[in-house]
Design a protein around this ligand. Structure first.
Ligand code: ATP
Length: 339
Protein backbone atom coordinates (compact mmCIF):
# COMPACT_ATOMS: atom_id res chain seq x y z
CA UNK A 1 0.00 0.00 0.00
CA UNK A 2 1.10 3.51 -0.77
CA UNK A 3 2.40 5.31 2.29
CA UNK A 4 0.06 8.08 3.39
CA UNK A 5 2.79 10.69 3.63
CA UNK A 6 3.95 10.27 0.04
CA UNK A 7 0.52 10.58 -1.49
CA UNK A 8 -1.75 13.51 -2.13
CA UNK A 9 -5.45 12.64 -2.07
CA UNK A 10 -6.95 15.53 -3.98
CA UNK A 11 -10.15 16.95 -5.41
CA UNK A 12 -9.91 14.73 -8.53
CA UNK A 13 -9.75 11.57 -6.43
CA UNK A 14 -12.74 12.81 -4.50
CA UNK A 15 -14.69 13.63 -7.65
CA UNK A 16 -14.03 10.17 -9.03
CA UNK A 17 -15.19 8.65 -5.75
CA UNK A 18 -18.33 10.77 -5.87
CA UNK A 19 -19.13 9.33 -9.32
CA UNK A 20 -18.35 5.78 -8.27
CA UNK A 21 -20.14 6.21 -4.93
CA UNK A 22 -23.35 4.60 -6.21
CA UNK A 23 -21.58 1.24 -6.47
CA UNK A 24 -22.50 0.90 -10.20
CA UNK A 25 -20.18 0.55 -13.20
CA UNK A 26 -19.17 3.76 -14.99
CA UNK A 27 -17.31 3.66 -18.28
CA UNK A 28 -13.86 5.24 -18.38
CA UNK A 29 -14.96 7.25 -21.40
CA UNK A 30 -18.01 8.69 -19.64
CA UNK A 31 -16.03 9.45 -16.48
CA UNK A 32 -13.32 11.17 -18.52
CA UNK A 33 -15.93 13.27 -20.31
CA UNK A 34 -17.76 14.26 -17.14
CA UNK A 35 -14.58 15.12 -15.28
CA UNK A 36 -12.98 16.82 -18.31
CA UNK A 37 -9.81 14.72 -18.11
CA UNK A 38 -8.32 11.98 -20.30
CA UNK A 39 -9.16 8.29 -19.94
CA UNK A 40 -5.61 7.62 -18.87
CA UNK A 41 -6.06 10.22 -16.11
CA UNK A 42 -9.09 8.24 -14.90
CA UNK A 43 -7.01 5.08 -14.99
CA UNK A 44 -4.25 6.80 -12.96
CA UNK A 45 -6.74 8.14 -10.39
CA UNK A 46 -8.29 4.69 -9.97
CA UNK A 47 -4.79 3.26 -9.61
CA UNK A 48 -4.00 5.79 -6.84
CA UNK A 49 -7.20 4.97 -4.98
CA UNK A 50 -6.42 1.26 -5.15
CA UNK A 51 -3.01 1.99 -3.69
CA UNK A 52 -4.78 3.67 -0.77
CA UNK A 53 -6.70 0.49 -0.04
CA UNK A 54 -9.93 1.03 -1.98
CA UNK A 55 -11.24 -1.93 -3.91
CA UNK A 56 -12.11 -0.74 -7.43
CA UNK A 57 -13.31 -3.28 -9.99
CA UNK A 58 -12.43 -2.57 -13.63
CA UNK A 59 -14.01 -4.60 -16.44
CA UNK A 60 -13.56 -4.24 -20.20
CA UNK A 61 -16.60 -2.55 -21.82
CA UNK A 62 -18.19 -1.92 -18.40
CA UNK A 63 -15.72 0.42 -16.75
CA UNK A 64 -15.00 1.07 -13.10
CA UNK A 65 -16.98 0.30 -9.99
CA UNK A 66 -16.38 0.61 -6.24
CA UNK A 67 -16.59 -2.86 -4.71
CA UNK A 68 -18.07 -1.36 -1.53
CA UNK A 69 -20.13 1.77 -2.00
CA UNK A 70 -19.87 4.57 0.57
CA UNK A 71 -20.91 8.17 1.05
CA UNK A 72 -18.42 11.02 1.10
CA UNK A 73 -18.63 13.19 4.19
CA UNK A 74 -20.78 16.24 3.70
CA UNK A 75 -21.23 18.99 6.30
CA UNK A 76 -24.82 19.77 5.25
CA UNK A 77 -25.87 16.14 5.54
CA UNK A 78 -24.29 15.84 8.97
CA UNK A 79 -25.98 19.04 10.17
CA UNK A 80 -29.32 17.82 8.84
CA UNK A 81 -29.03 14.67 10.96
CA UNK A 82 -28.09 16.49 14.19
CA UNK A 83 -30.51 16.81 17.06
CA UNK A 84 -31.36 20.29 18.32
CA UNK A 85 -29.10 20.20 21.41
CA UNK A 86 -26.07 18.99 19.42
CA UNK A 87 -26.73 21.53 16.70
CA UNK A 88 -26.71 24.34 19.27
CA UNK A 89 -23.34 23.17 20.57
CA UNK A 90 -21.76 22.78 17.11
CA UNK A 91 -19.78 25.86 16.04
CA UNK A 92 -18.56 24.69 12.66
CA UNK A 93 -18.04 21.50 10.74
CA UNK A 94 -15.24 21.33 8.18
CA UNK A 95 -15.06 18.30 5.88
CA UNK A 96 -11.57 18.10 4.34
CA UNK A 97 -10.29 15.86 1.56
CA UNK A 98 -6.91 15.14 3.13
CA UNK A 99 -5.15 16.27 6.30
CA UNK A 100 -2.05 15.04 8.09
CA UNK A 101 -4.39 14.25 10.95
CA UNK A 102 -7.67 15.82 12.04
CA UNK A 103 -6.20 16.30 15.54
CA UNK A 104 -3.08 18.07 14.27
CA UNK A 105 -5.20 20.31 12.08
CA UNK A 106 -7.68 21.20 14.80
CA UNK A 107 -4.93 21.83 17.37
CA UNK A 108 -3.50 24.43 14.96
CA UNK A 109 -6.99 25.88 14.45
CA UNK A 110 -7.36 26.13 18.25
CA UNK A 111 -4.12 28.12 18.44
CA UNK A 112 -5.53 30.40 15.75
CA UNK A 113 -8.66 30.99 17.83
CA UNK A 114 -11.16 28.35 16.63
CA UNK A 115 -14.24 28.10 18.81
CA UNK A 116 -15.42 25.33 21.13
CA UNK A 117 -17.57 22.91 19.18
CA UNK A 118 -15.55 23.07 15.95
CA UNK A 119 -15.47 19.71 14.16
CA UNK A 120 -13.00 18.67 11.44
CA UNK A 121 -13.15 15.53 9.32
CA UNK A 122 -10.82 14.15 6.66
CA UNK A 123 -11.54 11.60 3.96
CA UNK A 124 -7.88 10.70 4.15
CA UNK A 125 -5.27 11.17 6.88
CA UNK A 126 -1.66 11.27 5.71
CA UNK A 127 -0.29 10.73 9.22
CA UNK A 128 -3.03 9.54 11.57
CA UNK A 129 -1.79 9.24 15.15
CA UNK A 130 -2.40 6.98 18.15
CA UNK A 131 -1.03 7.38 21.66
CA UNK A 132 2.70 7.60 22.41
CA UNK A 133 3.72 8.27 18.82
CA UNK A 134 1.96 5.21 17.38
CA UNK A 135 0.17 5.47 14.04
CA UNK A 136 -3.50 5.19 13.22
CA UNK A 137 -4.27 3.66 9.82
CA UNK A 138 -7.25 4.68 7.73
CA UNK A 139 -8.33 4.85 4.11
CA UNK A 140 -10.74 7.05 2.14
CA UNK A 141 -14.25 5.72 2.69
CA UNK A 142 -12.92 2.84 4.77
CA UNK A 143 -12.86 4.83 8.00
CA UNK A 144 -14.49 7.68 9.81
CA UNK A 145 -11.85 10.09 11.17
CA UNK A 146 -12.92 13.27 12.91
CA UNK A 147 -11.91 15.60 15.72
CA UNK A 148 -13.81 17.97 17.98
CA UNK A 149 -12.36 21.05 19.69
CA UNK A 150 -13.64 21.73 23.19
CA UNK A 151 -12.38 24.18 25.82
CA UNK A 152 -12.37 23.32 29.52
CA UNK A 153 -11.79 25.63 32.45
CA UNK A 154 -9.37 23.39 34.30
CA UNK A 155 -6.65 20.86 33.46
CA UNK A 156 -7.20 18.81 36.62
CA UNK A 157 -10.56 17.48 35.50
CA UNK A 158 -9.35 16.09 32.16
CA UNK A 159 -7.99 12.74 33.41
CA UNK A 160 -11.33 11.02 32.79
CA UNK A 161 -12.13 12.73 29.51
CA UNK A 162 -11.09 9.97 27.09
CA UNK A 163 -13.27 7.57 29.12
CA UNK A 164 -16.25 9.92 28.90
CA UNK A 165 -15.72 10.21 25.13
CA UNK A 166 -15.73 6.40 24.93
CA UNK A 167 -19.16 6.36 26.59
CA UNK A 168 -20.51 8.75 23.94
CA UNK A 169 -19.16 6.66 21.07
CA UNK A 170 -20.54 3.40 22.49
CA UNK A 171 -23.95 5.02 22.99
CA UNK A 172 -23.87 6.10 19.34
CA UNK A 173 -22.77 2.69 18.06
CA UNK A 174 -25.33 0.86 20.17
CA UNK A 175 -28.01 3.28 18.99
CA UNK A 176 -27.13 2.19 15.44
CA UNK A 177 -27.47 -1.48 16.32
CA UNK A 178 -23.83 -2.37 17.12
CA UNK A 179 -24.97 -3.75 20.45
CA UNK A 180 -21.82 -5.53 21.56
CA UNK A 181 -19.35 -2.70 20.95
CA UNK A 182 -17.40 -2.00 24.13
CA UNK A 183 -14.38 -0.25 25.60
CA UNK A 184 -10.86 -1.05 26.67
CA UNK A 185 -9.25 1.28 29.16
CA UNK A 186 -8.24 3.96 28.49
CA UNK A 187 -9.02 4.84 24.88
CA UNK A 188 -9.98 1.87 22.71
CA UNK A 189 -13.34 1.13 21.15
CA UNK A 190 -13.55 -2.60 20.75
CA UNK A 191 -15.73 -5.38 19.45
CA UNK A 192 -15.15 -8.90 20.73
CA UNK A 193 -11.82 -7.72 22.09
CA UNK A 194 -10.72 -6.54 18.67
CA UNK A 195 -10.01 -2.89 18.08
CA UNK A 196 -12.79 -1.14 16.17
CA UNK A 197 -11.71 2.41 16.89
CA UNK A 198 -9.54 4.69 18.94
CA UNK A 199 -9.74 7.98 20.80
CA UNK A 200 -6.84 10.42 20.99
CA UNK A 201 -6.79 13.57 23.12
CA UNK A 202 -4.43 16.48 22.51
CA UNK A 203 -4.57 19.07 25.26
CA UNK A 204 -2.89 22.47 25.33
CA UNK A 205 -3.08 25.44 27.65
CA UNK A 206 -1.78 26.81 30.92
CA UNK A 207 -1.68 24.42 33.89
CA UNK A 208 -4.19 26.54 35.81
CA UNK A 209 -5.90 28.11 32.84
CA UNK A 210 -8.33 27.35 30.07
CA UNK A 211 -7.53 24.14 28.22
CA UNK A 212 -8.05 23.61 24.51
CA UNK A 213 -8.78 19.94 24.12
CA UNK A 214 -8.84 18.26 20.72
CA UNK A 215 -10.70 14.98 20.81
CA UNK A 216 -9.89 12.72 17.86
CA UNK A 217 -11.86 9.63 16.93
CA UNK A 218 -11.08 7.01 14.31
CA UNK A 219 -13.51 4.21 13.52
CA UNK A 220 -13.00 1.35 11.07
CA UNK A 221 -15.81 0.97 8.57
CA UNK A 222 -14.34 -1.20 5.83
CA UNK A 223 -10.70 -2.02 6.39
CA UNK A 224 -8.76 -3.03 3.27
CA UNK A 225 -7.09 -6.39 3.89
CA UNK A 226 -3.67 -5.05 2.85
CA UNK A 227 -4.00 -2.28 5.43
CA UNK A 228 -5.30 -4.71 8.05
CA UNK A 229 -2.10 -6.75 7.65
CA UNK A 230 -0.10 -3.71 8.77
CA UNK A 231 -1.90 -3.56 12.14
CA UNK A 232 -0.07 -5.42 14.86
CA UNK A 233 -3.10 -6.25 17.02
CA UNK A 234 -6.54 -7.79 16.45
CA UNK A 235 -8.90 -5.32 14.73
CA UNK A 236 -12.49 -5.23 13.56
CA UNK A 237 -14.54 -3.09 11.18
CA UNK A 238 -18.23 -2.22 10.96
CA UNK A 239 -18.52 -4.04 7.62
CA UNK A 240 -17.84 -7.34 9.37
CA UNK A 241 -20.04 -6.51 12.36
CA UNK A 242 -23.05 -5.42 10.32
CA UNK A 243 -22.60 -7.96 7.52
CA UNK A 244 -21.86 -5.20 5.00
CA UNK A 245 -24.88 -3.05 5.92
CA UNK A 246 -22.93 -0.44 7.87
CA UNK A 247 -24.56 2.97 8.39
CA UNK A 248 -24.04 5.86 6.01
CA UNK A 249 -20.92 7.75 7.16
CA UNK A 250 -22.73 11.08 7.53
CA UNK A 251 -25.36 9.44 9.71
CA UNK A 252 -22.68 7.74 11.77
CA UNK A 253 -20.85 11.02 12.32
CA UNK A 254 -24.10 12.77 13.26
CA UNK A 255 -24.97 9.95 15.69
CA UNK A 256 -21.54 10.34 17.32
CA UNK A 257 -21.89 14.13 17.59
CA UNK A 258 -25.45 13.83 18.93
CA UNK A 259 -23.97 11.93 21.87
CA UNK A 260 -20.58 13.60 22.13
CA UNK A 261 -21.38 17.34 22.07
CA UNK A 262 -23.94 17.31 24.94
CA UNK A 263 -21.71 14.93 26.89
CA UNK A 264 -18.70 17.29 26.56
CA UNK A 265 -20.87 20.13 27.75
CA UNK A 266 -21.88 18.12 30.84
CA UNK A 267 -18.31 16.89 31.39
CA UNK A 268 -17.17 20.50 31.82
CA UNK A 269 -19.55 20.76 34.79
CA UNK A 270 -19.46 17.37 36.52
CA UNK A 271 -16.57 15.39 34.98
CA UNK A 272 -16.86 11.62 34.96
CA UNK A 273 -19.47 11.67 37.71
CA UNK A 274 -22.66 10.06 36.44
CA UNK A 275 -20.77 8.25 33.63
CA UNK A 276 -18.63 5.94 35.73
CA UNK A 277 -21.07 3.04 36.12
CA UNK A 278 -21.98 3.19 32.46
CA UNK A 279 -18.30 3.19 31.47
CA UNK A 280 -17.64 0.17 33.66
CA UNK A 281 -20.60 -1.66 32.11
CA UNK A 282 -19.02 -1.12 28.67
CA UNK A 283 -15.54 -2.19 29.82
CA UNK A 284 -15.02 -5.65 28.34
CA UNK A 285 -12.05 -6.30 30.65
CA UNK A 286 -13.88 -5.76 33.93
CA UNK A 287 -13.00 -8.55 36.38
CA UNK A 288 -10.31 -9.96 34.04
CA UNK A 289 -6.71 -10.58 34.98
CA UNK A 290 -4.60 -8.32 32.77
CA UNK A 291 -1.08 -7.00 32.37
CA UNK A 292 -0.29 -3.29 32.43
CA UNK A 293 2.79 -2.43 30.40
CA UNK A 294 4.88 0.64 31.03
CA UNK A 295 7.94 0.48 28.79
CA UNK A 296 9.71 -2.76 29.75
CA UNK A 297 7.94 -3.07 33.09
CA UNK A 298 4.69 -4.93 33.54
CA UNK A 299 2.26 -5.37 36.40
CA UNK A 300 -0.37 -8.07 36.62
CA UNK A 301 -3.71 -7.71 38.38
CA UNK A 302 -7.46 -8.12 38.17
CA UNK A 303 -9.45 -5.17 36.84
CA UNK A 304 -11.58 -3.89 39.74
CA UNK A 305 -12.95 -0.76 38.06
CA UNK A 306 -12.12 2.90 37.57
CA UNK A 307 -11.80 5.72 40.08
CA UNK A 308 -13.88 8.92 40.01
CA UNK A 309 -11.13 10.56 37.94
CA UNK A 310 -10.72 7.73 35.42
CA UNK A 311 -7.73 5.89 36.91
CA UNK A 312 -7.72 2.12 36.41
CA UNK A 313 -8.02 0.16 39.66
CA UNK A 314 -6.22 -3.18 39.70
CA UNK A 315 -6.37 -5.79 42.45
CA UNK A 316 -2.73 -6.77 42.73
CA UNK A 317 -3.01 -9.62 45.23
CA UNK A 318 -0.69 -9.15 48.19
CA UNK A 319 0.08 -5.57 47.04
CA UNK A 320 -3.60 -4.64 47.42
CA UNK A 321 -5.47 -2.29 45.10
CA UNK A 322 -3.41 0.02 42.92
CA UNK A 323 -4.51 2.96 40.77
CA UNK A 324 -2.99 3.70 37.35
CA UNK A 325 -3.15 6.81 35.18
CA UNK A 326 -3.34 6.26 31.43
CA UNK A 327 -0.15 8.29 30.75
CA UNK A 328 2.37 5.80 29.38
CA UNK A 329 0.53 2.63 30.34
CA UNK A 330 -1.04 0.00 28.03
CA UNK A 331 -3.46 -2.71 29.11
CA UNK A 332 -3.23 -6.17 27.60
CA UNK A 333 -4.69 -9.56 28.37
CA UNK A 334 -2.19 -11.85 30.06
CA UNK A 335 0.27 -13.17 27.49
CA UNK A 336 -0.54 -10.56 24.82
CA UNK A 337 2.02 -7.81 24.30
CA UNK A 338 2.67 -6.11 21.01
CA UNK A 339 5.17 -3.61 22.28
P1 ATP B 1 -3.22 1.25 24.24
O1 ATP B 1 -3.87 -0.01 24.67
O2 ATP B 1 -2.15 1.72 25.13
O3 ATP B 1 -4.17 2.30 23.82
P2 ATP B 1 -2.71 0.74 21.50
O4 ATP B 1 -1.63 -0.12 20.89
O5 ATP B 1 -4.11 0.33 21.29
O6 ATP B 1 -2.37 0.81 22.98
P3 ATP B 1 -3.26 3.40 20.47
O7 ATP B 1 -2.39 4.58 20.54
O8 ATP B 1 -4.58 3.44 21.14
O9 ATP B 1 -2.41 2.20 21.00
O10 ATP B 1 -3.52 3.06 18.93
C1 ATP B 1 -2.46 2.87 18.01
C2 ATP B 1 -2.32 1.39 17.73
O11 ATP B 1 -3.56 0.88 17.22
C3 ATP B 1 -1.32 1.08 16.63
O12 ATP B 1 -0.04 0.92 17.17
C4 ATP B 1 -1.85 -0.22 16.01
O13 ATP B 1 -1.47 -1.33 16.80
C5 ATP B 1 -3.34 -0.06 16.19
N1 ATP B 1 -4.02 0.49 14.99
C6 ATP B 1 -3.61 1.42 14.09
N2 ATP B 1 -4.56 1.68 13.19
C7 ATP B 1 -5.62 0.90 13.54
C8 ATP B 1 -6.91 0.71 13.00
N3 ATP B 1 -7.34 1.39 11.93
N4 ATP B 1 -7.71 -0.18 13.61
C9 ATP B 1 -7.32 -0.89 14.69
N5 ATP B 1 -6.12 -0.75 15.25
C10 ATP B 1 -5.27 0.13 14.68
Amino acid sequence: MKSGASFCFNANHKTLLRHLGDGRFHSGEQLAKTMAVTRSAIWALAHDLRALGLEINALPRKGYRLAHRFDLLDADQVRAALQADALTLLSAIECHDALDSTNTYLAASARAGAATGTVATAEFQRAGRGRMGRSWLSSPGGSLCFSVLWHFADHAALSGLSLAVGVAIIRALRGLGVTDAGLKWPNDIIWRRRKLGGILLDVSGEVHGRQACVIGIGLNLQMAQAQGHEIDQPWADLAEITGGAQPDRNRLLAAALNELLPLLCGYGVSGLQGLRDEWQAYHHYHGETVQLYQGDRSISGRVAGISADGLLILDCGADGQRHFASGEVSLRMNGQHDG
